[in-house]
Structure formats: structure tokens, C-alpha cells
Design a protein around this ligand. Structure first.
Ligand code: BG6
Length: 487
């Protein structure tokens, strides 16, 4: 992997959870691989450390424990040398002048990456101060973490404010799912092979399922989560991005805008789910006490910082449709939830049955042709089909071919954040959301959120450690199908 250009990574929220759990460990991995330019500096900003030494102690105690394959001492020490710390209050213009002074001290042309790993309400203020200190020149890029807004209006407002100071090509909106190796593999499989394309359409595909299930609960983020819910936290971004990857037309090339134009077309073609359709095509759930990951789990309403009568959904399932020639009439079932039976992200492409039953197949063998793309915890593609049962007669039985993608390459797999951080430093925008994509995604989910709110109904309860409320299975059974694990 060629090294990056020289850079300054300015980390707003440098003492926060995201910096410690994801960003610094990812930068360390790239450092250990010698992918970072030797002139690359990390300037962490925050208020929860008093000095560089104090900050490095925090990094040692927190970030180091999140490095996947332990950090050896020599590599770790040389990594720490890249890090500087500045105590910065995001409302104080003088602090930004000090930051500008620190950045100006570096030699030569450098990329400046301002990573805003802070609460989104600070984005506007930080960008305005950066611009006022001259830190919005052509070499500066800003990285915005999700959630970008709470609805269409608030997201449009953040984008408009940031857009006053930075051009669109300087703005990198993170959806970390796009940085996952397995998600990029989906593009490779679809567009690098001729095998699947002829089948990848309504004539041959019966329906598609996309699941991101987590066994974890809200993990100390009760306050944020209770304001957010599964639809905003996961479906509006990660699940819709996966849907785009499955449904988009082949782009003319791999330039960022060629790919993003195709994804945008999918988002715009999503059939709106309006008021009366909301109860029919969506399910929201909330976990009650149970057991998950082999341990007892408390109910959502008993989680710290969650309202005891909270109506926030910790599970959502939606039946979506894409109104275009390729997909018209094909249901896309999307679901995600906390405290589900296991941690699992997968896409199931379910093909139609053969036009005539030559072998008198029992109905249990219907829907037998499936392609399952497992994104996590393992990375695997399996093709399910029917073959003859050995012996007398002509009976069919389900069988499958499986490919373990982890074993096909010896190379270390970069974590999503590592891949995305390197892309920002290199100026590659392809795996980041464009402003119009974000708006289109909000436009589609907003009527669902509004209807839920107006209805004032309770989310359906489900026991922690299960696959969600019974209504989730019912959502599919109306189309005569079942979730993959129920087959
Ligand atoms: C984040 C959500 O975007 O994605 C979290 O805010 C969620 O609630 C996380 O746990 C899941 O990511 P991953 O990569 O662990 O599947």
C-alpha cells in the first residue's frame, strides 16, 4: 500500500469515546503498516485532558486496549510521537487561532483533515471558527460523523451551514458501513463477474432481505439512543446504503460521483411509505428483559438514561420497494435491532422458483435458490440450491456452496475506520455520502417517523436475545416468505 501524502489530522473530540475506540486504533494500525507518511501528525483536541502528557496517558489506557492485534511497544511509542494535544473550547475563537498557529508551523504542502468526532450540534460552530481562522483553504477536508441531523430539516441545516465554509468536495460524511471490506466486496462481486448480472432483476429475484442484528444493548449510550432510535441510528444510513449497493445500476466508472449518482437514483426510486401504509409496511419493537450473548439482559426501559416510559424503538423492520424497471414489485425487507439473538449482518437474495415443478418438489423446498452474503461476524457467500438425494427415485434436497472470503486472502483486513481515514487523507470521496444522498434518505424515512409519532402507539415488545417482535415475521408472511433464519 503506498504511503499517504503528508497530513495533519486534527481530531475534534480527541478525548471522546469514538477517538479512543475507533479513530486512534485505526491510525495506529496504518502507522504500524507504514502506510502513514512520516510527516503525518495527529493533533488531538478536547477539554478532558490538561496537557499532552495527560492526553497520552489516556490514549495508553484506552485507545491501546482497542488495537486488534496487540500493539508492540516500539511501534506504539513511535505512534505516540505523532500525537500532539491542544486544549480547545469549540466556542472560543482564540483557541482556533492557536490551532491555526500550530498547523502553520509544519513544513511544506500538507493535507489538513479536521475530523469532527463531536456532538453534531457543534459542527456549525466548529466549521465557522475554522473558516474564520483561515482553516478552510483548498487543502483542508472536514469529516462529519453521524448522526447528521435528526430529520430532513435539521440535516439540511447542518449541511447548509457547513456548506457556507467548505465546498462539497471538501466534506466527507462518514457511514462506517461503507468502509467495511465485506460491503465493498459486494460491489466487486456484482460488477466484477458476469455470472450474477443476468439474474439480478425482478424477473429472477423474488425478494431481498437485509439484516443488521446486534446482540449488544445501548451500552451506556442511553441518553443518545433514547433520542434517536433504531430507524435513525441504523436504517436511515447503514441499511439504506447496503440496499443501494444491492440495487444500484452498474456505474460507468469508479469515480466517486459516478458511484454516488447511481446510489442516489436508488434512494430516489424508493416508493414512499406514507401515513396509511406505515402500520402495514413497518414494525417497530423495543426489547424487554431476557438474555443476550449468554448473559441476562435488562429491558430497554431499565437502561441508564432511558425514560421509564420510553417509546423509542430498538428494533425496526420495513418492507421497501424500489419503483424502477429492474426492481418493480420486488420487496426489500430491511431490519435491524439491539439485543437480538446474535450479532449478524447479512444480505439474502432470494430467487424465484422454477416455472414448472418437474420433480414434484414439496412446498418446503420452495424458495430454495438463495444467495446469502454474510458481512459479519464472518465474511461468507453461500449459494443455496437443490440437488438430488442419493439413492432410489428422484427426490431433491437443499444443498449449498460456500465461500469463506476471509480465507481467500492472507492480507490483513483493515477496519472500516482505517480504510475511511486513509481515503480522506488521499482525497478519495467514493465511500462517503454526498449531501443529496443524505437528503434523499431522510426524505424517505421521515414520513415513517412522523406517522409513528403522530400515532402515539407503543413499539411492540420483544424479549432480549430473540429475533424481534412476532410482527416482524408477520411482515414477511404476508408475501408468503420468511426471514432467512426461520427457513
Ligand atoms: C453505529 C450505531 O453507527 O453502528 C451503533 O450508532 C451501532 O448503535 C453500530 O452499534 C454498529 O456498527 P458495527 O460496525 O459494529 O456493526
Amino acid at each position: 500500500m503506498p504511503t499517504t501524502p503528508a497530513f495533519d489530522m486534527v481530531l475534534f473530540g480527541g478525548t471522546g469515546d469514538l477517538a479512543m475506540r475507533k479513530i486512534l486504533p485505526a491510525l495506529f494500525e496504518a502507522h504500524r503498516d507504514a502506510t502513514l507518511h512520516e510527516q503525518g501528525r495527529i493533533i488531538a483536541l478536547g477539554r478532558a485532558a490538561s496537557s499532552r502528557d495527560d492526553y497520552l496517558r489516556q490514549v495508553e489506557a484506552q485507545a491501546r486496549t482497542h488495537v486488534r492485534v496487540g500493539a508492540d511497544d516500539a511501534a506504539w511509542r513511535s505512534f505516540l510521537e505523532r500525537i500532539d494535544f491542544l486544549k480547545l473550547d469549540s466556542s472560543n475563537a482564540a483557541d482556533f487561532q492557536q490551532l491555526a498557529g500550530l498547523l502553520a508551523r509544519a513544513d511544506g504542502e500538507r493535507v489538513v483533515v479536521c475530523y469532527l468526532a463531536t456532538a453534531p450540534r457543534l459542527f456549525t460552530e466548529i466549521c465557522a471558527h475554522l473558516a474564520a481562522s483561515g482553516l478552510n483553504h483548498g487543502n483542508v477536508r472536514v469529516v462529519l460523523e453521524k448522526p447528521l441531523g435528526h430529520d430532513l430539516a435539521s440535516s439540511a441545516q447542518i449541511n447548509a451551514e457547513v456548506g457556507k465554509h467548505f465546498a462539497e468536495h471538501q466534506i466527507y460524511r462518514i457511514d462506517h458501513y461503507l468502509g467495511k471490506e465485506s460491503v465493498q466486496n459486494l460491489m466487486a462481486i456484482r460488477f466484477g463477474n458476469v455470472l450474477f448480472e443476468p439474474l439480478w432483476r425482478r424477473e429472477w429475484i423474488d425478494h431481498v432481505q437485509i439484516t443488521i442484528a446486534e446482540d449488544l444493548g445501548v451500552e451506556g449510550r442511553g441518553e443518545f439512543y433514547d433520542r434517536t432510535g433504531a430507524l435513525r441510528d441504523m436504517l436511515q444510513n447503514h441499511l439504506l446504503q447496503l440496499l443501494c449497493m444491492v440495487a444500484m445500476e452498474p456505474p460507468a466508472n469508479l469515480h466517486a460521483d459516478a458511484v454516488r449518482d447511481e446510489k442516489l437514483k436508488v434512494l430516489k426510486a424508493l416508493r414512499p411509505i406514507l401515513q396509511d401504509d406505515v402500520p402495514r409496511y413497518t414494525v417497530r419493537g423495543q426489547y424487554r428483559a431476557g438474555a443476550a450473548g449468554g448473559k441476562p439482559a435488562i429491558g430497554y426501559r431499565d437502561e441508564p438514561d432511558v425514560a421509564p416510559d420510553s417509546r423509542t424503538e430498538t428494533f425496526v423492520a420495513v418492507r421497501a420497494e424500489i419503483a424502477n424497471w429492474r426492481w418493480s414489485g420486488v420487496p426489500f425487507f430491511l431490519r435491524t435491532g439491539k439485543r437480538m439473538a446474535e450479532r449478524l449482518a447479512e444480505i439474502v437474495i432470494s430467487f424465484r422458483d422454477v416455472p414448472m415443478r418437474l420433480f414434484g418438489m414439496p412446498s418446503a423446498l420452495q424458495g430454495a435458490n438463495r444467495m446469502v452474503i454474510r458481512l459479519q461476524p464472518d465474511e461468507r457467500i453461500s449459494l443455496h440450491f437443490l440437488a438430488k438425494q442419493a439413492g432410489d427415485g428422484m427426490r431433491l434436497q437443499p444443498t449449498s456452496l460456500a465461500l469463506d472470503l476471509l480465507s481467500t486472502s492472507q492480507r490483513r483486513r483493515a477496519d472500516a475506520y482505517e480504510r475511511l481515514l486513509l481515503d480522506v487523507i488521499r482525497g478519495q470521496l467514493g465511500l462517503f455520502m454526498r449531501r443529496d444522498e443524505l437528503a434523499a434518505a431522510w426524505r424517505w424515512v421521515e414520513p415513517i417517523l412522523e406517522t409513528w409519532e403522530a400515532e402515539g402507539s407503543e413499539p411492540k415488545p420483544y424479549t432480549a436475545g430473540t429475533w424481534g417482535p412476532a410482527a416482524s415475521s408477520a411482515l414477511l408472511s404476508r408475501d408468503g416468505v420468511s426471514w432467512h433464519e426461520e427457513l
